[in-house]
Design a binder for this molecule. Structure first.
Ligand code: ACO
Length: 325
């Protein structure tokens, strides 16, 4: 048995923050952001919006036009590091909003690699259990954890959610391979130091351990390129394919220079590499699934095409999966 991909959905905030807007907030320029990252604008959640709001909308879009009803879903996994609350999980909030009362629901934390981790978990549970339909969601609102005084990080992130509706099928299915990895020894180079059980909120020590993104950009950059190339080649090898077989590579959208370095190493021409970082910035766990949704709705992917998703994030974590759309 295997996994069949029924449909995707995505949800983005309405508010657009351009590089020109950022020039008025921190000491930066459109020229710096564009040349270093490729980002021109990003979507920002409003004060009233949280991760579950985007997750629920993305899930509804994935269900739209399919014969699958919320009660048919038996599993909901949300990949996120920016949940509405420590508990309940975002997945439980999605279950409630959809009325998916027969679904088990939980969150997965693997930062920007979260969607590939969640898909890998779903595969294991579907192949070993009685689950017929599952929803796998990648969702983050990292801009709520950006320090809007730190120009080195606040320009990089955007918010959103994407959802993938999966059906169990007889035969090998459409997920050809999935590979995930981690290196906790590098956990310090990308983190949100405060707000957890190590440094709970305390107004007196807040300035030492703020709940803001901390990133050693150059270090992260190096690891991201190396690990995503390794992951890509491993997942391709696992299913007996090469990058020549791919219709599309969907890399994590953190930085255009990282994407270009990977494409060059994998010898992929520009038209085989999906890019939307200029519009959305880095949406963490939401990035690859929103890109898959855009690619299939926008005609970049037809049914039967081979596509590879690759991602890298805090932890450090990384992952790649090869699928037939
Ligand atoms: N505007 C203007 N100048 C800036 C800005 C800005 N927004 N940000 C930094 N600078 C300055 C720095 O202060 C520094 O100035 P100095 O030389 O006078 O000290 C200079 O620009 C160079 O800064 P670097 O940090 O060395 O710039 P770099 O070329 O490394 O680019 C960047 C920074 C874009 C963050 C890059 O390192 C990067 O993309 N890293 C990877 C990010 C990533 O992949 N994240 C994925 C995981 S995210 C997750 O899991 C949540």
């Amino acid at each position: 048995m295997g996994l069949k991909f029924v449909n995707t959905g995505a949800s983005l905030p309405e508010k657009i923050l351009t590089n020109a807007d950022l020039e008025r907030i921190v000491d930066t320029t459109d020229e710096w952001i564009t040349t270093r990252t490729g980002i021109k604008e990003r979507r920002i959640a409003s004060a009233q919006e949280a991760t579950s709001d985007f997750s629920i909308r993305a899930a509804r879009k994935a269900l739209e036009g399919t014969p699958v009803n919320p009660e048919d879903i038996q599993l909901i996994i949300v990949a996120t590091t920016t949940p509405d609350h420590f508990f309940p999980s975002v997945a439980c909030l999605v279950q409630k909003a959809l009325g998916a009362k027969n679904a088990a629901a939980f969150d997965v934390s693997a930062a920007c690699s979260g969607f590939i981790y969640a898909l890998t978990c779903a595969r294991g549970l579907i192949e070993s259990g009685d689950i017929k339909y599952a929803l796998v969601i990648g969702a983050d609102v990292l801009t709520k954890f950006a320090d809007w005084k730190d120009r080195a990080t606040c320009v990089l992130f955007g918010d959103g959610a994407g959802a993938l509706l999966i059906e169990k099928t007889d035969g090998p299915g459409d997920l050809l391979s999935a590979f995930i990895g981690a290196d906790g020894s590098q956990s310090d180079i990308l983190s949100i130091p405060g707000g957890g059980s190590r440094h709970p909120y305390n107004p007196e020590t807040w300035s030492q351990h703020p709940a803001f993104i901390h990133m050693e950009g150059k270090e992260v950059f190096k690891h991201a390129v190396t690990r995503m190339i390794e992951a890509s080649l491993t997942a391709l090898r696992q299913c007996g394919k090469t990058s020549d077989d791919l219709k599309l590579l969907i890399p994590h959208q953190a930085n255009l220079r990282i994407i270009d370095a990977i494409a060059k190493r994998l010898q992929l021409p520009d038209d085989k590499v999906f890019k939307n970082v200029h519009k959305y910035g880095n949406m963490s766990a939401a990035t690859t699934i929103i890109a898959l949704d855009e690619a299939q709705r926008g005609g970049r992917l037809q049914r039967g095409d081979l596509v590879e998703l690759i991602a890298f994030g805090a932890g450090m974590t990384w992952g790649a999966c090869v699928l037939r759309w």
